[in-house]
Design a protein around this ligand. Structure first.
Ligand code: NAD
Length: 359
């Protein structure tokens, strides 16, 4: 087993380096495992974050991702008032070609070697069964326990129902603030991506009386929303500038950019996708256009809240109540933003920093 701190010339001067506490590089020639684990900040508790497996084009790309994503987890958990720090791990490789039981077991050993400073959960390219293989060698994994979730259904640890519910609660807080409405009856909502989170969000919205417009690159996902929820199918090209009240991005990141922002018609952006802003400046551009943006890591924190309680004692009512506090956090962000004329994303960052830097 080889693991050594990265040379300072690579990490400390990296544009994404943000005083990360620990960055470890691991390699194992026998299984082909190459991984990086980054602990950004552990002031509030052990660093929890996904383990991503991705065919990165270069080591530099993998390092960039792990530095950026681990920092994001610190902000997300702090803003959600969880006793967790921020961390992330990346495995360099194509999950369809390079993933093996031996490789996952080795990853479990590496996780164990950090002694619980970092806790891994599923992410792109890894699944709950993969995490369980790692778990043969470590207890430092999360989101893997079969239990009755917040929706009252048996769940394998998948945080998507919790994320969807939190996004629904946050969307309602945004609608209240921007459109001064307490109910969603007849509200037009466009959902981009009706996968694990987006479809469940659409179910909540449908039950609340919203009019749904959905798009997805998978036809069957769209067909299900049309059939089950009375949604209108929209092409992937048209969903972003549809004339609706709310746009809920639930597919991929960087969709709020120089190209999309000028033609947006929605007054509220409230969806679960990570890293929705292509660049920091797009936060201000949305505000200038009078569009209320619910910061992504604030509104999509339901999943991490769910995983936190899995580790500390799961009680569905408690988890639900904590997820519902996402609405209060967003209302505070919107209020502070209106008062100071500072965009919502910047306010969220400031609020999160108040919650982890002062400790
Ligand atoms: P998913 O893969 O189940 O769903 C994403 C859906 O978006 C898929 O159905 C996919 O076909 C669709 N899609 C991809 N590109 C598209 C495009 N150009 N136009 C329209 N649809 C497109 O993933 P998920 O778990 O539902 O996560 C959705 C987003 O929420 C991701 O950005 C994820 O990082 C974020 N998120 C998820 C969780 C969670 O608990 N699952 C937690 C926090 C954040």
């Amino acid at each position: 087993m080889n693991h050594a701190p990265a040379p300072s010339s690579i990490v400390f001067s990296h544009p994404e380096f943000d005083q990360h506490e620990q960055v470890c590089f691991f390699s194992d020639p026998d299984t082909g495992l190459k991984a990086i684990i980054a602990v950004h900040n552990s002031n509030r508790g052990p660093a929890l974050g996904g383990c991503r497996m991705w065919p990165y084009a270069s080591d530099e790309e993998a390092l960039r991702d792990v530095l950026r994503l681990s920092r994001g987890m610190t902000y997300k958990s702090a803003l959600a008032n969880l006793d967790l720090g921020g961390g992330k791990s990346v495995i360099i490789g194509n999950p369809r070609e390079h993933k093996s039981e031996a490789l996952l077991e080795k990853m479990g050993q590496y996780l164990e070697s950090l002694g619980g400073r970092y806790i891994a959960a599923e992410d792109s390219g890894t699944s709950v069964p993969d995490l369980k293989v790692m778990g043969r060698h470590t207890s430092h994994i999360g989101g893997v326990t079969e239990q009755i979730g917040i929706d009252g259904k048996l769940n394998n640890g998948d945080p998507s129902p919790a994320t969807a519910y939190g996004t629904f609660v946050g969307l309602k807080a945004a609608v209240k603030h921007r459109l001064d409405r307490d109910d969603l009856n007849g509200l037009k909502v466009a959902v981009q991506g009706v996968g694990n989170v987006g479809y469940r969000l659409a179910q909540h919205l449908h039950a609340a009386g919203a009019e749904l417009y959905v798009s997805d690159i998978h036809e069957d996902q769209v067909a299900r929303a049309v059939k089950e929820l009375g949604a209108t199918a929209i092409s992937a090209e048209k969903i972003l500038d549809l004339d609706v009240d709310v746009l809920a991005p639930c597919a991929m990141g960087a969709i709020l950019n120089d190209h999309s922002i000028p033609t947006l018609k929605a007054k509220v952006i409230a969806g679960a996708a990570n890293n929705q802003l292509e660049a920091e400046r797009h936060d201000a551009q949305l505000m200038e256009r009078g569009i209320l943006y619910a910061p992504d890591y604030a509104i999509n924190a339901g999943g991490i809240i769910d995983i936190f309680y899995e580790r500390t004692g799961y009680d569905a009512a408690k988890v639900r109540a904590h997820i519902e506090s996402i609405g209060d956090t967003l209302s505070e962000i919107f209020y502070r933003s209106a008062l100071s004329n500072i965009p919502t994303g910047a306010i969220a960052n400031k609020l999160a920093e108040e919650r982890f830097k002062a400790l």
